[in-house]
Design a protein around this ligand. Sequence first.
Ligand code: OAD
Length: 231
Amino acid sequence: MKIVVLTGAGISAESGLATFRDPDGAWAKHDPQKLATPEAFAADPALVHAFYNARRAQLRDVAPNEAHQALVRLEAAFGRDFLLVTQNVDDLHERAGSKDLVHMHGRLRSAWCRACDTRHDWDDDLSTETACPACGKTGLMRPDIVWFGEMPYRMDEILRALDCCDLFIAIGTSGAVYPAAGFVDIAANAGAETIELNLQPSDGTALFNDYRHGAATRIVPAFVDELIGRP
Ligand code: OAD
């Protein structure tokens, strides 16, 4: 059985990272058009850097939870027949031990130099004065995050996996952002079973064959145990 898992901010909520669209979420408090678009960065790079610097710094205070760990067990059980795609820019999946992982919306711990098009692992703050370690230019380093209006990473690989999967699992995502919100349809058209694991019904629940609603740290380990135990 080939499995594709898509995760969203809900899987990291119980680790202490706010989601985007819940009442205490980032986009409930801030206007994404002022923080998460190339135009916003061009207009006020210091503001955008401050937002992502705070989020990058927060990663030092959080740890993966039981839901991240359950997906490591799932990968160990299914090996090459398993692909984990995350919309999350945190590093909790890799810190839990996930290996075959696609960060389709980029990573907080990566910086991208727009002058020489190189990417660099990055733990510190970024600013308009930051020099690129490769070309030395300042002022052109940006967070390596896919902003609204930009193309998510590694889409060919994701679409190939969706086209031949038998099971598609969406975890902790509101289904509000495309192309990720359309993955369930692609998998269903390929004949896959589809299941939503989310705190509550999402915008897209009706698109799935099945669903489990509850906290990720409870429902994800339970569902993974069920799958690994299936004959
Ligand atoms: P959202 O904030 O839109 O949705 C989070 C989902 O997680 C909601 O449906 C919640 O009900 C659910 N949730 C909250 N706590 C949970 C818990 N403990 N267990 C299980 N589910 C829980 O976040 P995403 O769908 O990830 O893009 O948002 C998609 C994209 O929109 C993000 O990647 C981000 C944002 O703009 C970029 O930054 C590029």
